[in-house]
Design a protein around this ligand. Structure first.
Ligand code: UDP
Length: 381
């Protein structure tokens, strides 16, 4: 019985890898992993980091691609894959154009669609666009919904999804985080090497980690964030590390606005373990990333979210994340206030795990086995 996984971007791989690995050697299932390559370089690096070699590569990335172009490419390329493999279920994660298109393709092929990280809602129909629209649409195609948190389950129920189709599993991203943090803790030689790569960070200076990539932040909002970073770099004893997202709208503006600024270190996208290591060292995170909002609380690192809304309210309720938006003055004030607070309290509450306990994949495998595993034939003596 084949389970077909489709992933197109870095976070999809990070969040599907724990599930693919938990299914290794499963008596009833064999996994077929399909890369859409929506983001070629980040996707390949993420797969390699988990030692996963995709069985199929749709290779749909094009220069200047649009979300609609990605959707059209995945829909066309996936039809023969589904016809050939006839999977018992097609598994997608999150809210990308790849996940949205793959879910549609599965629905047309009458293959049950399984949605991992279901039920996230920003509460705003139009933002983030097109992710919010993708999530809502995937919920309509999906046969099984793995909600990371109870509030995600409530959102699905409110949209009329049957209660017995929803399972609260925790977020598989937290499984990946725990496994990676544990592996780093067991490998002092690796962390020493990583630290040597970041030797430019002063031990007495506090580390601010910045990631920004979302479509709605391209343009004026990104310029406003860059202005805040320039101010913070001038006036505070901070090291600001920015793994620069390769999207041209991001990388061009960041290189131009922050390149050569003292205290600001622009680096290429980091391997997942290197990023997690740096995250553990950070005093504060500024981000518009979904995954990073989930990861930072696990280390008690406070997060300022560079957005007006979030589909991840749990971190805010737990007091580890705050929506700051993209206004320059608000960001500078928010960073200073948090650094003062963090200095007073050392770190925020460490035991903040609003997104999962690291066992999401096990729960999902149990449900998949029940739903799609078929009967196990036990030979009588
Ligand atoms: N990440 C990484 N290297 C980096 C920056 C982020 O491995 O240089 C990881 C991060 O730990 C998280 C994921 O990438 O798990 C987040 O991806 P991204 O922000 O691109 O997407 P989103 O989560 O917003 O969908």
């Amino acid at each position: 019985r084949t389970l077909l996984f489709v992933a197109g971007t870095r976070p999809e791989v990070i969040k599907l890898a724990p599930l693919i690995m938990a299914l290794e050697g499963h008596p009833q299932f064999s996994c077929v992993v399909c890369a859409s390559a929506q983001h070629r370089d980040l996707l390949d690096a993420a797969f390699a980091g988990f030692g996963i070699v995709p069985d199929i590569d749709l290779d749909i990335m094009r220069a200047h691609q649009t979300p609609l172009g990605v959707v059209a490419g995945v829909l066309a390329a996936l039809e023969p894959v589904l016809a050939h493999h006839r999977p018992v279920a097609l598994i997608v994660q999150g809210d990308t154009a790849t996940a949205f298109a793959a879910a549609q393709a599965g629905a047309y092929a009458r293959v049950p669609v399984v949605h991992v990280e279901a039920g996230l809602r920003s509460g705003d129909d139009n933002e983030p666009f097109p992710e919010e629209f993708h999530r809502r649409a995937i919920a309509q195609f999906a046969a099984l919904h793995f909600a990371p948190t109870p509030s995600a389950r409530v959102a699905l129920l409110a949209e009329g999804i049957a209660a017995d189709r929803i399972h609260v599993s925790g977020n598989t991203g937290i499984d990946a985080l725990h496994a990676t943090a544990a592996a780093l803790a067991r490998a002092p030689a690796v962390t020493a090497l990583l630290d040597s790569e970041f030797a430019m960070l002063g031990p007495a200076r506090r580390l601010l980690l910045l990631t920004i990539h979302r479509r709605e932040n391209h343009g004026a909002r990104l310029a406003s964030v860059i202005a805040a970073v320039r101010l913070l770099a001038q006036s505070d004893a901070l090291d600001i590390v920015v793994p620069v997202h390769p999207h041209p709208a991001v990388s061009a503006a960041v290189q131009c606005g922050l390149g050569g600024v003292a205290g600001v270190h622009l680096v290429p996208p980091l391997d997942y373990p290197a990023f997690i290591h740096l995250l553990q060292r950070a005093a504060l995170v500024l981000t518009d990333s979904g995954g990073v909002q989930e990861e930072a609380p696990a280390f008690g690192v406070p997060v300022l979210v560079l957005r007006e809304t979030t589909e991840r309210p749990e971190g805010i309720a737990a007091g580890v994340a705050r929506l700051v938006g993209t206004d320059t003055t608000a960001i500078v004030a928010g960073v200073r206030a948090l650094l003062d607070a963090a200095a007073a309290h050392q770190r925020m509450a460490r035991a903040s795990l609003p997104y999962g306990d690291g066992h999401a994949a096990e729960r999902i495998v149990a449900v998949l086995t029940r739903e799609y595993g078929g009967k196990v034939l036990v030979k009588s003596a």
